[in-house]
Design a protein around this ligand. Structure first.
Ligand code: SIN
Length: 527
């Protein structure tokens, strides 16, 4: 059976977080451009950006691009791309001012003197982070989405999942297309409502689909972060780099064996201290120089060790002893509210916390303008790898990277579009679905997803070894074959697309972790 729906546009953007939305808004300034921005979620608000608590790097009162660059490199264990670091450090603060503060009017928290309030997070040498209390991402995302709705030339498609990128070398009916350089001319997209697949043909495509936290058992990421962009671009032939660098956030609320929600690093930035199960501070033993504000990878591993030494399922984060209750409530209202749902009151008692997967520092290789190795395919934000984070990301650098590379990709797309023709619908066939179209069995989907999450957590987690990684490669490799067969025989739905992408994303991470025998930043091998 074939689906004949066709949509044509100038730019297709996959993902509505800070990178995708910033790019869309910049491109939309040219009224002649037709931009399609799609998200698989019910609303463009839902994205990793929405859940970012801490903030976005701006600049401190006594700060410089060189100092920020050095902090990024120290946190990244020197594995950073120096050119990308320089771009972020010099252009980032300017774009925060011009776009977020002046143009999109994000309501950043102010001091009593009406100045922008700057906070600090781990591995920063100064207070340079802007925030909106403890829900910075939400405020940024709300401002961006409001702007998106105001542009007639941005077509917002919610509940639409990209199935595969369209690459003539894989999809064209012209067999000779395999001799052309790899390029991307849009995507096959599932419309959840009708269950049909649309051929979206685009002169240029920007991937901004976020990370892959859901391939892990414990993560701070929302449901949607399942490695879709990484898997699609891998299948299309994109170069993937640094995939072993998966960052674990040290402090995620712990309740009855489960991690629940992020406890912002800004809490330690405001003086909060980690305590073991006996109420004793311990970070000074693991990182004497930094203490509780050591880089994230160091803190996450120290907590892991301390939990093992004390045979405890969690540690504590104590803010109550260092900050007055009224200030805690004012500075961290959302965290206090979320803790209250589990009968924990951060103003009077320590918060139980554990590490959980938080951010993918690797991704689709891009250059300084967000170009991938496929012609007409750009990537920005967490799905991409500019190399700016090296082996471990500095706190509050992710929103900044999404902003800077979303902006830069849009500028380069504008420049390049005049040389890019519309792809021909004649050579890209309509979507053909499998003949023995069975409904996906939800038990299989859930169990396969759980297998991925457990395997990645135990074998490709905070601490890795050859033995663990070989097990992961074998188990996930076998599962991938089963899932591909399942996918081909099953009626397409968002869950099966998610599973197919998650298993491939997990395999890409496990393979990279196995290949890299050097421990750096968040890739830590005990062998
Ligand atoms: C946090 O608030 O701790 C997270 C911020 C970030 O991931 O940069």
């Amino acid at each position: 059976m074939t689906d004949n729906r066709l949509m044509e546009c100038d730019v297709l953007i996959i993902g509505s977080g800070i990178a995708g939305a910033t790019a869309a808004l910049q491109l939309a300034e040219d009224e002649h451009l037709h931009i399609v921005l799609l998200t698989k979620e019910q609303t463009p608000l839902e994205s990793n950006t929405f859940y970012a608590q801490g903030g976005i790097i701006y600049k401190g009162t006594e700060d410089s691009p060189t100092q920020l660059a050095q902090d990024l490199i120290n946190a990244g264990d020197g594995m950073n791309n120096r050119q990308a670091v320089e771009i972020l450090s010099t252009e980032g603060p300017r774009l925060v001012r011009e776009l977020l503060i002046d143009r999109y009017q994000v309501p950043f928290t102010l001091t009593p003197e009406n100045e922008l309030e700057r906070t600090r997070e781990a591995a920063h040498t100064t207070s340079r982070i802007l925030h909106v209390n403890d829900a910075t991402g939400r405020a940024i995302q709300e401002s961006l989405v409001r702007e998106l709705h105001a542009h007639k030339n941005i077509q917002l498609l919610t509940e639409h999942t990209a199935v595969d990128l369209l690459t003539p070398s894989h999809h064209s009916t012209d067999r000779l297309a395999i001799y052309e350089p790899l390029s991307c001319v849009g995507a096959y997209v599932l419309d959840h409502d009708s269950g049909t697949v649309i051929r979206v043909l685009a002169r240029t495509t920007l991937l901004a689909s976020g990370g892959l936290g859901q391939v892990y058992l414990h993560t701070t990421n929302p449901e949607g972060a399942s490695g879709d962009g990484l898997a699609m671009s891998y299948r299309a032939g994109a170069r993937i780099v640094n995939a072993e660098y998966v960052q674990f956030h040290p402090t995620v609320f712990y309740h009855r064996g489960q991690s629940k929600f992020l406890i912002s690093e800004a809490m330690r930035g405001e003086g909060g201290r980690l305590l073991n199960i006996h109420g004793q501070p311990f970070m000074h033993r693991y990182a004497p120089e930094w203490g509780d504000l050591a880089p994230r990878d160091v803190v996450a591993r120290s907590i892991h060790q301390e939990m093992l030494h004390t045979n405890a399922p969690h540690v504590y984060l104590d803010i109550a002893s260092v900050m007055p209750a009224s200030e805690i409530k004012e500075r961290f209202p959302n965290i206090c509210q979320s803790c209250a749902e589990f009968d924990v009151d951060p103003t009077v008692e320590p918060i139980p916390v554990v590490p959980a997967e938080h951010y993918f520092c690797g991704g689709v290789w891009v250059d300084e303008w967000g170009r991938t190795n496929l012609q007409r395919l750009y990537a920005a934000g967490e799905v991409s790898c500019t190399g700016v984070h090296g082996a471990n990301r500095l706190g509050s650098a992710s929103l900044l990277e999404g902003l800077v590379w979303g902006y830069r990709a849009s500028q380069e797309i504008k420049r390049s579009l005049e040389h890019v023709a519309s792809p021909s619908a004649k050579t890209i066939p309509a979507w053909a679905s499998a003949d023995d179209d069975l409904d996906a069995d939800p038990a299989l989907v859930r169990h396969d997803m759980a297998t991925i999450q457990h395997t990645m957590w135990y074998y490709v987690g905070l601490i890795r070894s050859r033995q663990r990684l070989e097990r992961a490669l074998r188990d996930i490799g076998n599962l991938r074959q089963d899932v591909e067969t399942f996918y081909r025989k099953t009626k397409l739905n968002p869950a099966i697309i998610r599973l197919r992408n998650a298993v491939l994303a997990a395999l890409v991470v496990a393979q990279a972790a196995w290949e890299n025998r050097e421990s750096h930043g968040c890739h830590y091998r005990i062998d």
